[in-house]
Ligand binder design. Structure first.
Ligand code: HSE
Length: 307
């Protein structure tokens, strides 16, 4: 049995416009790396974090809290130490905390000889996500663990459906360097929504799921519409409407807020379109004083990977 493992834990896009708290997909070109090794000393220790200033205390770190949830269940007679090399900026809206939580859980499961299935791993990782955002949702965790597109049918008990990924689907992301706290982006949402909007929204979720199953890019495009959350959260992201208009003009199938923002995602058919969309996004933010990063990525159907 191996004693040490190095993994890549990818960034993810939650909500996918119409699927607030239930839909998500996994990115390929951006993510964190982690090294996890067995120790004779029992317990979970985070011994190194590079990239961003995050707490080393196990109980205060999302990777540590998630790892502890699994560790307390598995009760091995040895421990684990974790090194985290973060590339995903915390608070970016592309699943930084969930990448840490999913990565530590995935790696420890491998070192234990894979006793847990993907749904159980998602459940443990959600404990870390709860520390970061104050709510146990799995729409960033599930695509990281399962890969591709996922739908969280229920969190209690946890039930995750893995959806098919059309081969030519690419994501473009722009991350404006402003801060949007997930807890605040959740707090501004209404507690109740009009029936008319609910009908539009669940029709879009259903048709997006159908479109993924049938490789119907036109239907994907028509389904990427959010009448419930985006009208509120878009106010927290400067120039969101301009980015959306320009990406659609540049050929994107659709565009929306990635998770709770501030990142904005677009989906496109083919890498050329995705790159044109990236240029369109850059053009909008280049005219502002706000710094930004962009990424173009094929949808990652593997999820967390061993390096
Ligand atoms: N579904 C979550 C939200 C994702 O939009 O608040 C961010 O953690």
């Amino acid at each position: 049995m191996i004693d040490e493992i190095k993994i890549f834990s990818p960034a993810t896009v939650a909500n996918v416009s119409c699927g607030f708290d239930v839909l998500g997909f996994c990115l390929d070109t951006v993510g964190d790396e982690m090294i996890v090794r067995k120790t004779s000393e029992k317990g979970i220790r985070i011994i190194k974090i590079e990239g961003y200033d995050l707490p080393l205390e196990t109980q205060k770190n999302v990777a540590g809290v998630a790892a502890l949830a699994l560790y307390d269940d598995a009760k091995p007679d040895y421990g684990f130490e974790i090194e985290i090399y973060k590339n995903i900026k915390p608070g970016s809206g592309i699943g930084s905390s969930s990448a840490s939580a999913s990565g530590s859980i995935f790696a420890i499961n491998e070192l234990l000889g894979k006793p847990y299935n993907q749904t159980q791993l998602t459940n443990f990782a959600m404990k870390g996500e709860a520390l970061a955002s104050g709510s146990e949702h799995a729409d960033n965790i599930a695509p990281g663990i399962f890969g591709g597109f996922t739908l969280v049918k229920s969190t209690s008990p946890l039930e995750v459906l893995q959806l098919p990924t059309p081969y030519d689907l690419y994501a473009t992301i722009i991350h404006p360097q402003i801060e949007v706290k997930t807890s605040e982006a959740r707090a501004i949402l209404p507690k109740e929504i009009p029936m008319k909007n609910a009908i539009t929204q669940w029709a879009n979720v259903g048709s997006l799921v159908h479109a993924l199953h049938t490789n119907d890019y036109e239907l994907i495009s028509k389904s990427l519409n959010d009448v419930v959350v985006e009208p509120y959260r878009s106010q927290l992201i400067p120039h969101f409407k301009d980015v959306k208009n320009e990406t659609i003009n540049a050929g994107a199938l659709g565009c929306g807020i990635s998770g709770s923002g501030p990142s904005i995602f677009a989906l496109s058919k083919g890498i050329e379109n995705a790159k044109n969309v990236e240029n369109a996004m850059k053009m909008v933010y280049s005219k502002t004083p706000i710094d930004f990063n962009t990424y173009v990525s094929k949808i990652n159907t593997d999820g967390v990977k061993i390096l």
